[in-house]
Design a protein around this ligand. Structure first.
Ligand SMILES: Cc1cc2nc3c(=O)[nH]c(=O)nc-3n(C[C@H](O)[C@H](O)[C@H](O)COP(=O)(O)O)c2cc1C
Length: 345
């Protein structure tokens, strides 16, 4: 796109075997349409519209790899061939609109609003009802295999990539942090043990999908809770993820139970990008930055900093509107500052 005032945004980006035409990613945002079969037309229409708008990649809201990982009693799961048929409608709609779509695999752990939830540690979630069952070895193994199966089914359903949800205080994050992981077996205690679950999840997925199929990890780079990961642990996890075949890191900030605002309008624009940029010293795979990157100018500035060029640089993750279709100056005047996921910026 030669006449664009946003040359960095419109540079292609390769993630594993997938080349995106630009660096605009519609980040994962659960809409509620993921959950019921009857809403699949609405979800397909919503995501296809983003594809027509020109988003380089769309990531679905989180889909659970097992019933124990559901966000709510009717929350979406990807566990069998019936689910594949359902999801094919979504991928078909996005592809027909010229887009690419990744499915996010999210196990809620103690954050599920379901009575049958499981988690690694003994403390209940302070912000959710129901007590969870503490995971034993067979349950841990079962859920790791479930991540692999969900990725395989997502591939069969026509998704262009999968994203593993490892942040915001959900199950994987619960394993990673002493705050929620008080285990004394090989899944808890020192850093290596706490990171074992995520490493095993990545391996289970890599075993079940083709080598060129992109696997993105949404990794927490600042937990913003007491008992969260240290920066050294975050950096080590990123390096290990790259070694295990993760193709991009989509960085994530804060837990749902954190007292630090991360997405509200009171948060300064781009407030957390420095965490993502710091990771550039650790890995060479693409880094995706999120949180309060609501204008193309800010995204362009972040992308253009070029501190570690020629490495890939963080890609913005804000919901796009008319940016792609009207990148000219006249079009820019018509551009409404993109919405933060929650409310107008
Ligand atoms: C209603 C809502 C649902 C969300 N659902 C998910 C989700 O399923 N998975 C995920 O990784 N992030 C989810 N997020 C977080 C967003 O992807 C994003 O990281 C966050 O809103 C910060 O970016 P922003 O400042 O551009 O809104 C959700 C956010 C909102 C507001």
């Amino acid at each position: 796109m030669s006449n664009t005032p946003y040359p960095h945004i419109f540079r292609p980006l390769t993630i594993g075997g997938l080349t995106l035409p630009n660096r605009i990613i519609m980040g994962s945002m659960h809409t509620g349409f993921e959950d019921r079969r009857r809403d699949v037309d609405k979800l397909s229409a919503l995501l296809a519209e983003r594809a027509r708008g020109g988003a380089g990649l769309i990531i679905t809201g989180g889909v659970a790899p097992s019933r124990t990982g559901q966000l709510s009693p009717l929350g979406s799961t990807m566990t069998n061939r019936l689910h594949v048929a359902h999801h094919r409608q979504v991928t078909k709609a996005v592809h027909e609109a010229g887009g690419r779509v990744a499915m996010q695999i999210l196990h809620a752990g103690r954050y599920g609003v379901i009575p049958w939830k499981v988690a690694p540690g003994s403390q209940s979630s302070p912000i959710h009802p129901f007590k969870h069952l503490r995971m034993n070895e067979p349950i841990i193994r079962h859920i790791i295999a479930g991540f692999g199966r969900a990725a395989k089914l997502a591939h069969d359903a026509g998704y262009d990539a999968v994203e593993i949800m490892g942040g915001e205080g959900y199950l994987i994050n619960q394993f990673l942090c002493p705050r929620t992981n008080d285990r004394t077996d090989r899944w808890g205690g020192n850093t290596e043990n706490r990171q074992r679950f995520l490493i095993e999840v990545i391996r289970a997925i890599r075993r079940r999908v083709p080598a060129t199929f992109p696997v993105i990890l949404r990794q927490s780079v600042a937990d913003l809770v007491e008992g969260g990961q240290t920066w050294e642990e975050v950096a080590l996890m990123a390096r290990r993820a790259e070694e295990e075949g993760v193709d991009a890191l989509n960085t994530d900030i804060g837990w749902h139970e954190s007292r630090v605002p991360t997405i509200a309008t009171s948060v300064p624009r781009g407030a957390f990008v420095q965490f993502t940029e710091q990771l550039r010293d650790e890995v060479s795979i693409p880094l995706i930055a999120a949180n309060r990157i609501n204008t193309p100018e800010l995204a362009e500035e972040i992308l253009s900093r070029g501190r570690v060029e020629p490495w890939p640089w963080p890609a913005p993750s804000w919901p796009i509107r008319t940016l792609c279709s009207r990148p000219s100056k006249a079009g820019r005047r018509k551009l409404i500052p993109a919405l933060a996921a929650t409310r107008p910026a």
